[in-house]
Design a protein around this ligand. Structure first.
Ligand code: GCU
Length: 684
């Protein structure tokens, strides 16, 4: 149940007088999110406050004056606000109005989904023991608030795997087919809806076309039917070459009439089963995946091919900007080669070419979900094409859920970053929500990769990332700490010591992980060739993947300047470009991202690059040791099972952080020959 446990509230007795005894849910269709809201509200009241509220499902309110303490949940069209003398503030799609008075609670959605969101907001308050009167409208910051699952079909192969999934096997697929038992999908839908998620892509970006057989299309319908009452629409990742590899055509050229027809036919079959199908996600011409570039067509040709098929049904295409050629990059021969340049180069000149239902989905940084990256420069290049940021709840490079790394602070830095396009305020959050260019159609996607593990993600504390993701996609102004505190109360306990402890661990976790895994913008120094887990700084260089550090005996870092390097700094708008062009003005935490510098280079802090490496790795791993002691301090305040399971993880993290520390510091000590001023490194 994640944060929807609805654990009994300790002060329940004193609060009952403020709670509704009757719920009027203004929809009689069982698949409506308003109906779901009614059921969910009754469940929450019973579970949190031991209050058996009755639910009456009505298409329109039968009463002019409702009896007793009551709650009404409905939409602008099912609730006649005027007739009841209620003034509802302006609501946009999916928004809601919540009005809590001592006599009645009113939850009005702009649409059915909005009503459900309002109900979950009320339950969120109840779960935290908050029954105080309130009256406010809440509207989402952006229309796209999706999660991406990277679940494999595993046709004939290993079963139920999820690419970069650390929380067990797939809840959707098994050995090439859609599972019979989709019980867990119900629960996932509930969890996602409770934080405002309205779309889910079910399958891996490195997609497999076997999803399109009749049996699986029927399976998709079953999945969609489960998500629908929670206001969540399903989408699919596409394998670009499907017309050839699966459809038997001789080509997958996006401009070929047979190919176009093939995709229309597939799309029609999907919509025949799932009329509210959300649309497609496409990874094309990247990392060996087929795409339009195979036929010298543009990325826009590829995106528009799909966009036209879903357009008549109101669907959209999320076209990923994660496009680069992992085969031809050559570090040794080419000082100017730079994977970070790829997205802007590949999308160059295409801004006006995309169909109006295409949204470009851009990873937050230009490389690949690293512990620290500057924001992707592509956000500043698309003015007519809406964009969505791609975040990663699944902690691929960030400890794979075996390490606690609370990511909301990192995401907020990305969202708040001001790109200063044309010298004007241009925060990333205002680019993707469509305000900066008046496109109004972008938003948020996060790779989540929840699985059948009872914790969903693989560890208890990692779930705060999913909670925070949904809440930030709804309102990027939310505070990382407040989200965390609310999540802790709902998940573990109201005890202030528990809330304080989880906050202390979580808020220290990203800085600590950065300190012991790769600082100064050098990237997560993990094993990039195998699994992306654990330290392996040597693996970064000398391969075509382009996540290079260019470390030698004297110096380290990627020179991305215009004057001497790859020119990547110049892909940013002028003011930002000027900052990144010069090591003196580049923030220390991105120094080695943009500059190739001697180990003896002095930072703004006064320390040298190499000494900073040593100090940061010792500091970060020392912080990770404290997590164990902090957690032990709340032993008696949470249930034994979750206490023990998380303790196991934290002890492991503390140990693994030492492995990180010693591997990295020794590696650079051996490379540079410069001793640690404090005599720690190489001294065992
Ligand atoms: C990362 C990840 C891959 C994934 C890719 C993507 O490189 O390791 O597993 O396919 O990102 O986002 O497409």
């Amino acid at each position: 149940d994640a944060w929807l446990r609805y654990a009994p509230y300790p002060g329940a007795a004193g609060h009952k007088a403020f709670l509704p005894q009757t719920i009027f849910a203004l929809n009689t269709t069982t698949t409506s999110p308003v109906y779901t809201a009614g059921t969910e509200l009754a469940l929450g009241l019973k579970s949190i406050y031991d209050l058996q509220a009755s639910v009456e499902y009505q298409d329109a309110l039968h009463y002019t004056t409702c009896p007793g303490k009551h709650l009404i949940v409905g939409t602008l069209s099912s609730y006649d606000a005027k007739a009841h003398g209620v003034r509802v503030p302006e609501l946009i799609e999916d928004g809601y109005f919540l009005d809590i008075t001592p006599r009645r609670v009113l939850i009005i959605g702009q649409n059915e989904r909005g009503a459900l969101y309002g109900a979950f907001e009320y339950l969120n308050r109840l779960g935290q023991g908050n029954v105080a009167p309130a009256s406010f409208a809440s509207n989402p910051d952006a229309p796209i608030r999706w999660v991406n699952q990277w679940d494999n079909m595993n046709e004939g192969g290993t079963h139920g795997s999820i690419e970069r999934g650390y929380g067990g096997v797939s809840m959707f697929f098994w050995a090439g087919v859609v599972r019979e038992d989709l019980t867990r999908v119900h629960q996932y839908a509930r969890i996602l809806a409770s934080v405002g998620i309205n779309g889910i892509v079910l399958n891996n970006v490195n997609a497999n076309a076997s999803l399109f057989n009749e049996n699986n299309l029927d399976g998709l319908k079953r999945i969609a039917d489960i998500f629908r009452p929670y206001g969540i629409r399903i989408g699919l990742s596409l394998l670009f070459s499907s017309p050839q590899s699966y459809g038997g055509l001789s080509t997958f050229d996006p401009l070929d009439e047979r190919v176009i027809q093939w995709w229309h036919d597939i799309t029609d079959k999907i919509y025949a089963r799932v009329p509210d199908f959300a649309g497609y996600l496409s990874k094309a011409s990247s990392e060996g995946q087929p795409g339009p570039l195979t036929y010298n067509r543009t990325l826009a040709d590829g995106a528009n091919l799909f966009a036209r098929t879903v357009k008549p049904y109101g669907g959209i295409v999320l076209f990923r900007a994660f496009v680069y050629d992992s085969k031809t990059l050559n570090q040794t021969l080419d000082w100017k080669a730079d994977r970070a340049n790829a997205a802007v180069e590949f999308f160059e000149g295409l801004d006006t070419e995309f169909a109006d239902n295409v949204v470009v989905q851009i990873k937050y940084g230009p490389i690949d979900f690293q512990v620290r990256e500057p924001v992707s420069p592509l956000f500043s290049h698309l003015r007519q094409t809406p964009s969505a940021v791609e975040l990663q709840v699944s902690q691929e490079y960030l400890g794979q859920q075996a390490h606690v790394v609370y990511l909301a602070p990192m995401w907020k830095e990305t969202l708040d970053f001001d790109m200063r396009i044309d010298g004007k305020p241009s925060a990333v959050k205002n680019i993707i929500n469509g305000q900066r260019w008046n496109t109004g159609r972008g938003g948020y996607a996060a790779v989540v990769n929840a699985g059948l593990n009872s914790t969903w993600l693989g560890s208890h504390l990692s779930l705060s990332n999913l909670y925070a993701y949904g809440k930030l996609a709804w309102d990027p102004e939310s505070s990382a700490e407040e989200l965390l505190d609310a999540w802790t109360r709902l998940t573990f306990s109201h005890d202030q010591a528990v809330v304080d402890t989880v906050r202390e661990i979580s808020m220290a976790s990203w800085p600590a992980y950065e300190d012991y895994s790769g600082n100064l913008g050098v990237q997560t120094l993990t094993d990039i060739l195998n699994g992306h887990y654990g330290p392996n700084p040597a693996s970064q260089d000398g391969n075509p993947w382009g996540q290079w550090t260019r470390a030698d005996g004297f110096s380290i870092g990627m020179d991305r300047t215009l004057k001497n390097g790859t020119g990547n700094a110049a892909q940013y708008p002028a003011e930002v470009a000027a900052t990144y062009e010069d090591p003196e003005t580049t923030p220390d935490n991105l120094l080695l991202w943009f500059h190739h510098l001697p180990y003896t280079y002095r930072l703004k802090s006064g320390s040298t690059v190499i000494q900073h490496f040593y100090d940061a790795h010792y500091r970060g791993s020392a912080v990770a040791q404290t997590f164990v002691t902090l957690w032990e301090g709340i032993k008696d305040k949470i249930d034994a099972q979750r206490y023990e399971e998380q303790l196991f993880r934290l002890v492991y993290q503390a140990g693994h952080s030492l492995v990180w520390r010693d591997s990295i510091t020794n590696f650079y000590y051996n490379k540079s020959g410069i001793p640690d001023e404090l005599g720690r490194v190489g001294n065992y």
